[in-house]
Design a protein. Structure first.
Length: 520
């Protein structure tokens, strides 16, 4: 969908929110969050506090879907400040409900209890029975989690008294089933397994009656868990198998994994150890999938959140794109009206770093875990590059390229490049020790003239070309783990500042015999 800049700010915000909803429906979490962030920025410019509040709640929901509960809490706290400024009690009520869920996920049950009580205070004496039912139910569930079982069960039972006042029959039936299922879970937590089994069966029958499979699945699991605790493994197997089948069909992996753990225990109690072993094995595989999915969603949302934060004060979408894909100095020049950027630079330091052992590691590491590790490594490389006043140009797989003296005049950039190389070696050694992984880094460094510029139209990229770049790359590939491999040019210029070990003359592809050195 196009977003022409000729749209008014309000129309642009509406269009961005519409696109965000489409991306959410398509499961594109990162794009969904980014579009919400863009819409929030436009709404801030418009000064529309109510629309900002609603958008912040959507961002908090996106963060919860990515299991980034701290990010969700940050968005809700910003929304809290807006609600206080607006002075609308209804907004605060909506906010407290969201805070209750997030605090529960963060296991801050005292804060969750405060939010649930605040939500209930708002609806007490009101005319909306559904709001009162939901507030009582939320409070009861938090109390159960805090170990206040009697109080929590009483609250959920009290919520059922408001069912009769809900006019829409289908909604009334759904809320009744949900409340009965919550009561079954509360009794399970309380250790009152007979009551839990009866309630779970009641909820299961009612859920089948309204044809709502997620609640059938939940109630089946509670029934199976209660039967297992009551020493009825055969009944437990029946219910838990039904839950697993429904969860698998609807792709509720977490629910499926939980039910499979209990199913394995029930089968083991019946002496059906081979079946139990297969269930446990499948459950272990599923648990790994869940962890990878969780890491991917978290990383996806984290990237979107960082982009939202970086672009918060940008005015135009074009500027946000430029600053996100190009070095700052280059993006600034382009936003000031420069067209194609291409220039000859007489003296640039070029550093290539490659992670030794990463390819072998990738064959025995889950993709999600591998991505997390690579992001951790390159984030540390980025930090060190900034510290030594160099610029990252790009990453290529598990290789990293940084330059000095290309984007801004920096006396001593070559010395800084060597110090960066030493810091990268130390950084990868720290990660290797902490992770217990066979990692090392190989670095090549040269300095000389290059051609630099921006290429591409839809996907802009800043890059460098020339023999100096090629030589630095060859020095890296022919180097040694844990060493900085440099040209004679680097050794001559920095002799007296660093110590160098002659490596001798080696054959480099495209260059022939070349005299090289290692930094001591």
């Amino acid at each position: 969908m196009e977003r022409p800049q000729s749209l008014s700010p309000q129309a642009r915000a509406d269009r961005l929110l519409e696109e965000a909803a489409e991306k959410m429906g398509a499961g594109a979490l990162e794009q969904h969050a980014r579009l919400l962030g863009e819409a929030l920025q436009v709404l801030r410019e418009l000064g529309d506090r109510r629309a900002q509040f609603k958008t912040l709640l959507k961002l908090a929901s996106a963060a919860r879907n990515a299991a980034d509960y701290q990010a969700a809490l940050d968005y809700l706290r910003e929304a809290d400040a807006l609600a206080a400024a607006i002075g609308d009690a209804a907004l605060d009520h909506q906010l407290q409900g969201e805070l209750c869920v997030v605090y529960t996920n963060l296991n801050d049950l005292d804060a969750a209890l405060d939010a649930a009580n605040a939500q209930l205070r708002f609806v007490e004496g009101g005319s909306d029975p559904e709001q009162r039912l939901l507030a009582l139910n939320a409070l009861g569930c938090v109390q159960v989690l805090r170990g206040q079982h009697a109080e929590g069960v009483a609250r959920v039972n009290e919520s059922l008294s408001f069912l009769g006042a809900i006019a829409k029959e289908s909604r009334r039936a759904f809320l009744q089933v949900q409340s009965i299922a919550d009561l079954a879970e509360a009794h399970l937590s309380w250790g009152r397994n007979d009551e839990a089994l009866g309630l779970a069966r009641q909820a299961e029958d009612a859920a089948r009656g309204i044809g709502f499979q997620p609640l059938v699945m939940l109630a089946s699991m509670y029934a199976g868990q209660a039967a297992l605790r009551l020493g009825k493994p055969e009944a437990a197997v029946e219910k838990l198998r039904a839950c697993v089948a429904l969860a698998r069909e609807s792709r509720h992996k977490a629910q499926q994994h939980q039910a499979m753990c209990d199913l394995g225990s029930a089968l083991a109690e019946l002496g059906r150890h081979a079946e139990a072993f297969e269930i446990y094995r499948e459950g272990h595989r599923l648990e790994k999938e869940i962890r990878i999915d969780h890491a991917a969603r978290r990383m996806e949302f984290d990237r979107a959140r960082k982009e939202i934060e970086r672009s918060r004060h940008d005015k135009e979408s074009a500027e946000r794109v430029l600053f996100s894909v190009l070095p700052q100095a280059i993006a600034t020049r382009m936003t000031r009206g420069e067209g194609r950027i291409a220039e000859e630079l007489s003296d640039v330091s070029i550093l290539f770093a490659d992670i030794v052992g990463f390819t072998a590691l990738s064959t025995r590491t889950a993709p999600g875990d591998l991505l997390v590790l690579l992001e951790e490594i390159f984030s540390e490389f980025d930090r060190l590059t900034r510290q030594f006043q160099l610029e990252k140009v790009k990453t290529i797989g598990d290789a990293y390229m940084a330059v000095g003296g290309a984007l801004s005049p920096l006396p001593g950039h070559l010395e800084n490049a060597v110090r960066l190389g030493l810091a990268l070696i130390a950084g990868i050694e720290t990660i290797r020790t902490e992770k217990g992984m066979p990692l090392a880094i190989r670095i090549g460094l040269h300095a000389g003239p290059v051609v630099a510029g921006v290429i591409g139209e839809n996907r802009l990229a800043y890059d460098l070309w020339g023999e100096s770049v090629n030589l630095a790359s060859r020095l890296e590939s022919s180097g040694a783990p844990g060493r900085i491999h440099v040209s004679a040019t680097v050794a001559e210029r920095l002799r007296g500042t660093f110590a160098f070990e002659p490596r001798g003359t080696i054959e480099l592809k495209g260059f022939g015999p070349v005299t090289t050195f290692f930094v001591s």
